[in-house]
Write a protein that binds this ligand. Structure first.
Ligand SMILES: [Zn+2]
Length: 88
């Protein structure tokens, strides 16, 4: 995958592979799907983005969901809200 920072005009570099990304939905928001993606970053301005998502997320009704969510929370995690501006 090739990603370029528009501001700095240099290629982004992989920062972390296999980051859990928890998709949140509803009001109040609750975990809906767990994806795995790579975090890419710009070494100049610090911009970071999740890209290269797994093809098949783990859905909330999957029997593995709770276990995966707890495991993800024990490490670094990114939340993906329907409406932005929410802080962990
Ligand atoms: Zn940049």
């Amino acid at each position: 995958m090739k990603l370029v920072c528009v501001r700095c005009q240099i290629e982004l570099r992989p920062v972390k592979l296999g980051m859990p990304v928890v998709e949140m939905a509803g009001s109040p928001a609750r975990p809906l799907r767990i994806w795995f993606a790579d975090v890419w970053g710009c070494k100049e301005c610090g911009f970071e983005v999740c890209a290269g998502f797994s093809k098949h997320p783990i859905e909330w009704f999957d029997e593995r969901f709770a276990r995966y969510l707890e495991s993800a929370k024990a490490h670094e995690i990114v939340y993906d809200y329907e409406r932005g501006g929410q802080v962990n």
